[in-house]
Design a protein around this ligand. Structure first.
Ligand SMILES: Cc1cc2nc3c(=O)[nH]c(=O)nc-3n(C[C@H](O)[C@H](O)[C@H](O)COP(=O)(O)OP(=O)(O)OC[C@H]3O[C@@H](n4cnc5c(N)ncnc54)[C@H](O)[C@@H]3O)c2cc1C
Length: 388
């Protein structure tokens, strides 16, 4: 499908380099990592060496200086090999993208440049809390100014890379003291909280249905002192920072779904050609052909919406909320249908670990939940259509 697109030399280079890396280095051990719930530290270093932790970050900030389309191509290739590694990569790019746009030169030198050079390990984006996910602006983590620092208290939930992150890009609400606190986006500020900060407990890891070699953890902060120098952007403007990051983050999750779909369809086609029933291969039975045809159509529709959202970004659009949400909504919902059809083609063998479709099925499910659920994407799209 992609060969039909007029990709630039640079986009083709990023795509081919990532595809080679993904098939040679990421794919071979993916099933075992999943089985062992093992985080791919080695792959994070290799992603950094290839410039894949900050694909869109300007070269001057230590990134690859490529465009959003290249980012989509690279995430989809890594996800085709291993969706867990892809989400680790996606969150790293989200953090790097925000730092490159909002951090001061000194902050970039301290965190962004060494992070992208692979000298720090993973990083996290910590917005969700135990009682606020879709309604992220309802976050409760508080930050009270005290001399040369803010003192942070509260918990974060579902934080990808949370246990292993060398630093967390974390959103808390600046307040004057113990409640009543402002509501909505008021006061929300973006901080860097470093690994090992006194009072930071980043140890409680979730046991997940899928993406088992990615890390998802709760963070608990008790009187954590965060220096004033660790505020990213302006105090009180953190929610806008988070939302602008999610615009690109959602395109990244659409790309992750594309990669999972590509892998699932390949597995379904391969199995349908091998397996015989009633005297002929499944691929010769019309019901199987229809499942494959419907899946191919949905995969290509998802590619078009995702590349279109990426192209909007590459043309310089400041915000791409509707296009990003449409890509994420359609690609992730289509992904759910495709993995389901391809598992069905496998019959009973689809339900056991021996075939990759079982892992793809489990990994696909969360794409409809994180970086905004499908319902939240519909709210964003409807708002833009109704007010546009
Ligand atoms: C594996 C994993 C990794 C994650 N990684 C991160 C991360 O790195 N950083 C981070 O900050 N967060 C992360 N998240 C959190 C994720 O973004 C949230 O789970 C998601 O935004 C949904 O929030 P919630 O789970 O609190 O569900 P809720 O917001 O409680 O929603 C529950 C249900 O209600 C629906 N709903 C809510 N409001 C409405 C409405 N107005 N209209 C219609 N339906 C509605 C939702 O769509 C959903 O179906 C991760 C989650 C998972 C599972």
């Amino acid at each position: 499908m992609l060969s039909d697109f007029a990709l630039s030399d640079e986009q083709r280079f990023v795509w081919e380099t990532t595809a080679r890396f993904a098939q040679e280095r990421v794919a071979p051990d993916a099933a075992r990592r999943d089985h062992e719930h093992r985080f791919p530290f080695d792959l994070v270093s290799e992603l950094a060496q290839l410039g894949l932790l900050g694909v869109k970050v300007p070269v001057d900030d230590g990134g690859s200086g490529a465009d959003m389309t290249s980012y989509v191509l690279s995430i989809s290739e890594v996800a085709r090999a291993c969706a867990s590694t892809a989400v680790t990569m996606a969150v790293s790019n989200l953090v790097a993208d925000i730092l490159s746009r909002f951090a001061s030169p000194a902050q970039k030198q301290r965190w962004l440049v060494p992070f992208l050079a692979g000298k720090m390990g993973p990083a996290s984006f910590a917005l969700s809390e135990p009682s606020s996910g879709s309604d992220a602006a309802a976050l409760r983590m508080s930050a009270v100014k005290d001399g040369d620092a803010y003192v942070l208290n509260g918990s974060k939930q579902w934080i990808t890379n949370g246990t292993h992150a060398s630093f967390h890009l974390l959103f808390a609400r600046v307040v004057d003291g113990p409640g009543p606190h402002p509501t909505g986006s008021k006061g929300i500020t973006c901080f860097i909280v470093e690994r090992g900060a006194k009072g930071l407990d980043a140890g409680t890891e979730e046991k997940k249905m899928g993406l088992r070699s990615s890390n998802t953890a709760q963070l608990h902060l008790t009187d954590v002192r965060v220096p004033l120098a660790n505020v990213i952007g302006e105090v009180g403007k953190g929610y806008a920072i988070a939302l602008s990051g999610l615009d690109t983050g959602r395109i990244g999750i659409a790309a992750q779904a594309l990669g999972i779909m590509e892998a699932a369809l390949a597995e379904g086609v391969r199995y349908a050609k091998e397996r015989k029933a009633f005297g002929k291969a499944l691929s010769e039975q019309q019901a199987t052909q229809f499942a494959i045809a419907d899946s191919r159509c949905e995969l290509e529709q998802a590619w078009l919406l995702t590349l279109r959202a990426a192209a909007d970004r590459d043309r310089g659009a400041e915000r791409t909320a509707k296009a990003s949400s449409m890509a994420k909504l359609f690609a992730t919902e289509a992904c759910g249908r495709v993995v389901d059809r391809m598992l069905q083609i496998h019959g009973g063998y689809g339900y056991v670990e021996d075939y990759p479709i079982e892992r793809l099925y489990r990994d696909a499910r969360v794409t409809r939940i994180y970086e905004g659920t499908s319902e939240v994407q519909r709210l964003v799209i409807a708002r833009e259509v109704l007010t546009g």
